[in-house]
Design a binder for this molecule. Structure first.
Ligand SMILES: [Zn+2]
Length: 322
């Protein structure tokens, strides 16, 4: 990519739709301008969500002007066919969103090229190409928050798999999660103990405090602080999470041999107790040639999906779609 690429990027989440004009140039940082957002109001159905998205694209084009805009790049929850831009499946969080021909609808309305991708992929592509993985030829990105998502990016292309579900790192088993039912329907997956809700559940099982000093229900940040202060239940829950994720990440590094790993999401902001356990789990699983693979913190934060969606429009991240 030699020239400047100006893309209207949209990030469709369960609670809000964010959009901005993203400008990508080889030399500098991605520029994010005309950022704004609106409530998704997902319960009102897929047709309503589409109108919210259209409204945000109109807003950005109205503010920025359409001159030189090369298309619309979208990141969205749900399962996406990146070749057609269709939403092939969405869960109960977004009723009626599955079946939306999002790419075709946007192209018809705006006369611009549109490309749609899953939000885990968009986040990963943003970090791999323009964030913490920039310059690396292969990157494994793991985002750990309310769930655990993963993606492998090699030379700008995402590994998709037969169902678009490759590298679903939250849903592999690990020894310490044995017997715990996962929300996906299987048993013993790492997400049950390593993601935010899992940490909280394990903490409460061990007799941790249900409410904080002000009487509000405890959250992940509270458990992390309690662990750093030496609270035994919090230390155990944090260590269990970190160790399990480290073990699985080490296995992923054995499998994919990335040049670097990028770790992001709210749980990755936990304190040293969690990070030490992560390192211990990693050390126990990773093979000697890959043991020193760098693990970097994500750099783009909430902007990662917007940057990734823009990158996918500028230069397709999927083999077979150029
Ligand atoms: Zn699972």
């Amino acid at each position: 990519m030699d020239e400047v690429k100006r893309v209207v990027a949209v990030d469709v989440g369960g609670t809000k739709v964010a959009a901005a004009l993203v400008t990508l140039t080889d030399a500098g940082e991605p520029a994010i301008e005309h950022f704004g957002k609106a409530p998704t109001e997902a319960k009102l159905g897929g047709a309503h969500v589409l109108e919210v998205i259209v409204g945000q694209v109109e807003r950005v084009l109205g503010e920025a002007g359409a001159d030189g805009v090369c298309g619309i790049g979208v990141s969205t929850g749900g399962v996406v066919d990146p070749l057609t831009g269709d939403i092939t499946y969405a869960n109960d969080m977004m009723p009626g969103w599955g079946g939306t021909h999002l790419g075709a609808e946007l192209e018809a309305r705006f006369g611009l090229k549109a490309r749609v991708m899953n939000d885990v992929h968009a986040h990963a592509l943003g970090e791999a190409r323009w964030g913490a993985g920039r310059g690396a030829e292969s990157v494994f990105v793991c985002a750990v928050g309310t769930g655990i998502g993963g993606a492998f990016v090699e030379r700008g292309h995402l590994l998709l798999g037969a169902h678009g579900a490759a590298t679903n790192i939250g849903h592999v088993t690990c020894a310490d999660a044995r017997g715990i039912p996962c929300q996906c329907g299987a048993v013993g997956h790492v997400e049950t103990i390593a993601a935010g809700p899992g940490i909280l559940e394990r903490y409460l099982e061990l007799g941790g405090a249900k409410t904080d000093e002000k009487g509000a229900p405890v959250d992940g940040a509270y458990v992390s602080r309690a662990a750093e202060a030496g609270d035994a239940a919090a230390v155990a829950a944090e260590e269990r999470s970190g160790r399990a994720l480290g073990e699985v990440l080490g296995n992923m590094v054995n499998l994919f041999d990335p040049e670097c790993v990028v770790l992001s999401g709210s749980v990755a902001k936990c304190g040293p107790v969690w990070h030490r356990a992560l390192r211990a789990g990693w050390d126990g699983a990773v093979m000697p040639p890959q043991a020193h693979t760098p693990v970097r913190d994500g750099q783009l934060g909430d902007n990662a999906p917007l940057v990734g969606a823009a990158e996918n429009l500028a230069r397709s991240a999927y083999v077979g779609l150029e």
